[in-house]
Ligand binder design. Structure first.
Ligand code: NPW
Ligand code: ADP
Ligand code: K
Length: 519
């Protein structure tokens, strides 16, 4: 599913209205119908009563207009709808005014949020079964002005069921951050497309459950605006996970070479190897420094192991790159980095391999730490490249602070992907997958329990596996992140976020893939 900036949504609305003649009032009516449909789902789920009192807090823009129209539909379904207008009623124009005039004629109670009424709000809200936040949507800028902040705080204090229309008021729906007070909704009904800020950073916290009402805006309108950011969903992933061919054999599903590990860090490569096999790779070969060879040989009987020349101090020697190149002749995909450490010899080995490896490659962990000394090396890669940095590794690669990366994760991933022509998988809450050609995907799965040693190694293995089985690099990175997170969510259900470890994520990869449609 696509996700967009508020400005892009405004353009798509405009294209629908002007080029496809879907008038604004139709879009607003569709919004109201979509909102009421989502409320009915809550009633079916027992989270709301069938009828009751609904307070609709409406702003003076079109977000408020959606609220006026929703009040009419709720009233027709037996709800006692009470509309509160925030701000100067004289500012209401166009479709919003048309809907306000209708509810006035219908006799739906309308109260102005004059300062004098504010103190009475606690009592009014206290009576409601549901509060609908139709104050501000994509037109909101900066920090809440006037009495909005007080109203938002009062609504949050009520702990009533709150449904936000299009975006929780106070949330910057482009960045996913709130500068001041912000509605904490139970459910947010995004109109048209979900705005990016609803799905990254603090957005999901404020939105609660996210539902999307398409408003009947045609895909062509989004194409016209050039919206190329997506929220990866189940349908996308199941479309990429193809049934295995009846005549397939292990060679059909790729051979992965993993170069990983150093003395005492043997687990990283093993986790990646096992994750790759559990997600369908045909053959996995794990190459480690000779000094680590005994620690990995035979640990996973189905993994081929190989020793590479070490530097006598527990890490890869620079000349191991020649041996890696030899091993790569039979491989279809290369994964390098987990647990390598960062000596100067490791750096040479990584740089040689990066330049010479003419197979699709994934660089992770310490491979990225050494590449961050000269990221331009990535431009010399002869084949497609995926990098999987966590925020601190991304910061090192970009020469900025981790805070700067986290403050603008989309921009960080997208700019690096374009500059160095690689697919960036910027890990963490809502992993971002950015491509050099402008397509970006946001991953919705995963949980804080995945902040556990080795979890990233598992991700590298899954992505390598999908790549080896024929997915495009962008598909492999996006589906890899999705399956990794979804398997992590299952692991958290079983062991809890506190108790789960990286190997638990691997345990749930097969079931997760089966659930998505893989046989
Ligand atoms: N055809 C369409 O386009 C469709 C649009 N749709 C709906 O319209 C919504 C967008 O509508 P919109 O553009 O009217 O903006 P909206 O979110 O109502 O806010 C405008 C108001 O915000 C105010 N304001 C701004 N910053 C503020 C602050 N910091 N603190 C306080 N106030 C602030 C600003 O006041 P001003 O700054 O002008 O004084 C102005 O009054 C969209 O989210 C969706 O719900 C759907 O119905 C589908 C069809
Ligand atoms: N709060 C979270 N929500 C979702 N995923 C998370 C969260 N915290 C961590 N993860 C995921 O866990 C993995 C951690 O990777 P990484 O930091 O490289 O760990 P390690 O180096 O120990 O293997 C990443 O895939 C990341 O996206
Ligand atoms: K809103």
């Amino acid at each position: 599913m696509r996700a967009c900036l508020s400005e892009q949504m405004r353009c798509a609305d405009e294209v629908s209205i002007k080029e496809f003649s879907i008038s604004g009032i139709v879009l607003m009516e569709n919004a109201a119908l979509g909102i009421v449909k989502e409320i009915e789902k809550e009633i079916e789920g027992g989270r709301l009563p069938k009828e009751g009192e609904a307070s609709l807090i409406c702003g003076t823009g079109n977000n408020g207009g959606d609220g006026f129209a929703a009040a009419r539909h709720l009233a027709s379904k037996g709800w006692r709808a009470v509309v509160f207008i925030c701000g100067d009623e004289k500012k209401i124009t166009g479709d919003a005014l048309a809907n306000l005039n209708i509810i006035k004629k219908l006799g739906i109670p309308i109260l102005s949020m004059e300062d004098s009424n504010i103190e009475a709000l606690d009592i009014m809200f206290g009576r409601s079964h549901m509060i609908i936040d139709a104050m501000l949507g994509t037109g909101f800028k900066g920090r809440l002005k006037g009495n909005y902040e007080t109203i938002v705080d009062k609504i949050n204090k009520q702990r009533k069921y709150v449904l936000s229309i299009d975006s929780p008021t106070g949330l910057n729906c482009d960045t996913g951050f709130a500068e001041g007070s912000c509605i904490k909704a139970n459910k947010t009904v995004a109109l048209g497309l979900p705005k990016i800020g609803l799905v990254i950073n603090d957005g999901p916290y404020y939105c609660g459950e996210l539902a999307v009402c398409g408003l009947s805006i045609p895909e062509q309108a989004y194409d016209r605006v050039g919206i190329s950011r997506y929220l990866t969903d189940r349908d996308y992933v199941s479309g990429c996970i193809k049934p295995r061919k009846a005549h397939g054999y292990k060679g059909t599903y790729g051979r992965i070479l993993i170069a990983a590990g150093s003395k005492g860090m043997e687990g990283a490569g093993l986790l990646a190897a096992k994750a790759a096999l559990r997600s369908g790779a045909g053959i996995v070969e794990l190459a480690v420094p000779l000094c680590s060879f005994d620690a990995v040989r035979g640990v996973i009987p189905v993994v081929i192991t190989r020793g590479l020349t070490d530097d006598g101090e527990g890490c890869l020697a620079s000349k191991s790159s020649g041996e890696i190149m030899l091993a790569l002749r039979n491989a279809s995909v290369f994964l390098m980095g987990p647990g390598l450490r960062t000596s100067s010899q490791v750096k040479e080995a990584v740089f040689d391999a990066a330049i010479s490896c003419n197979k699709p490659a994934i660089f992770d962990a310490d491979a990225l730490n050494v590449i961050s000394e000269e990221p331009a090396i990535l431009l010399q890669r002869p084949e497609s490249t995926i990098i999987t940095p966590h925020p601190a590794e991304m910061a090192r690669l970009m020469g900025i602070s981790t805070g700067e990366v986290q403050g603008n994760r989309l921009e960080a991933a997208e700019s690096f992907a374009k500059k160095y022509r690689v697919i960036v998988v910027l890990k963490g809450y809502r992993t971002i997958i950015a491509s050099p050609w402008g397509e970006t995907r946001i991953n919705p799965t995963g949980n804080p329990g995945m902040g556990t040693a080795g979890s990233g190694d598992v991700l590298g293995g899954i992505i390598a596996s999908f790549l080896a089985q024929g997915m495009s690099p962008m598909e492999a990175a996006s589906c890899g992140a999705y399956i990794h997170g979804a398997a992590g969510d299952r692991a958290a259900e079983k062991y809890g976020q506190w108790g789960m470890v990286a190997s638990d994520i691997i345990k749930y990869i097969p079931h997760t893939i089966m659930d998505i449609g893989g046989k």
